[in-house]
Ligand binder design. Sequence first.
Ligand code: NAD
Length: 356
Amino acid sequence: MDDLLKIGVIGAGAIASKHIRAWAALASDVRVVAVADVEFPRASQLAALVGATAYDDNATMLDNERVDAVDICVPPHAHVEIVTAAAARGVHVLCEKPIGRTLAEAQTIDEVCREASIIYLPGHNTLFYPTLRRAREIIDRGDLGPVRVVQSWDCASDVSSSRLGAEPPPQARLAPADNWRSQPRLAGGGALIDGGFHAVYRLLYLIPTKAVEVTALFGRFHEDLGWASDDTASVAVRFDGGEIGLITISYSMDILHTGQDRLFAIGARDGTLAGDGTTLLYRPIGWDVPAQLRLSSLPSKAAWERTFVDQASHFVGVIRCREPQRQTTADALAALRVVTAAYESVATGRHIQLAG
Ligand SMILES: NC(=O)c1ccc[n+]([C@@H]2O[C@H](COP(=O)([O-])OP(=O)(O)OC[C@H]3O[C@@H](n4cnc5c(N)ncnc54)[C@H](O)[C@@H]3O)[C@@H](O)[C@H]2O)c1
């Protein structure tokens, strides 16, 4: 047990159950010793799965258990307070997206983690799909020439009812009105800052130059269901190398299928590349059909669950100084800058320039 990293999971809702399974898959390296949730029965239920102690108070858990790291799976409004409490005790942090509801919250998180010299890994789990990594390698090698346009999607076909709280209405997979996701005050916005955050950090990963300008349009197709903010968003991002990023996020429709390009499609000078979680389609100019690179044999849901295992394993590797950190607070802040600029663009009807 001495060599095992001690993990405390904070928040025992939908996504925490995936995280708990991920930790269980790394039993030779880590042990979840505690689970905390303001709703004690939820903490108890999840703690029982891994033989951990349940708490209904985060501070008591942090003081009693002396964990090496926390895995924060609570809604966005509670991120900054819990990260600050962990940093004050020198405890490393893996925290679900988005980093915070506002840039001020995200900057506070960045500062407290720096001052405490703790590791903060943003939960950008879909970057652990093998397709994202390979696509970035292909871009970096210049095999398809300079990138011109990248499309990045995250639409309702990916949204399960469990992720959205109780049974969703049949006509749309939106959260009920009393769920935090339906309340911009708690979530930080609507679909764009929630599921859309994945599409944004993926876009920034695939276009490594700096985002400089953001323009957005929102759809609100489900105000009648009590959804108070955007349920659909189209965001255009200009990068300082001239590249254009196009994000589509929706809780009101399925993805606009054009093949296997469920997560992203890249148009470069010398060809195209598109990918879902397991397979890349690679088509240099002049090829009649694309090469299909199957990078994972898992079915898509299992491949998604696997991203949480690989993310947890990476977090342990970083803490143990075995590997360089793939994503940092700077990456999470950059994604939140694009998201907040998109909200500003819709509020003002203007193109928003991103500050230096
Ligand atoms: N990576 C992904 O694919 C993915 C998917 C879903 C959710 N998420 C993120 O995970 C986080 C949680 O989402 P969820 O769907 O699991 O929500 P959820 O509502 O299912 O669960 C949240 C849990 O946190 C608890 N909680 C709330 N405030 C707390 C506090 N201050 N201290 C302790 N517990 C508290 C609630 O009681 C609840 O049990 C959000 O940030 C969300 O954006 C990520």
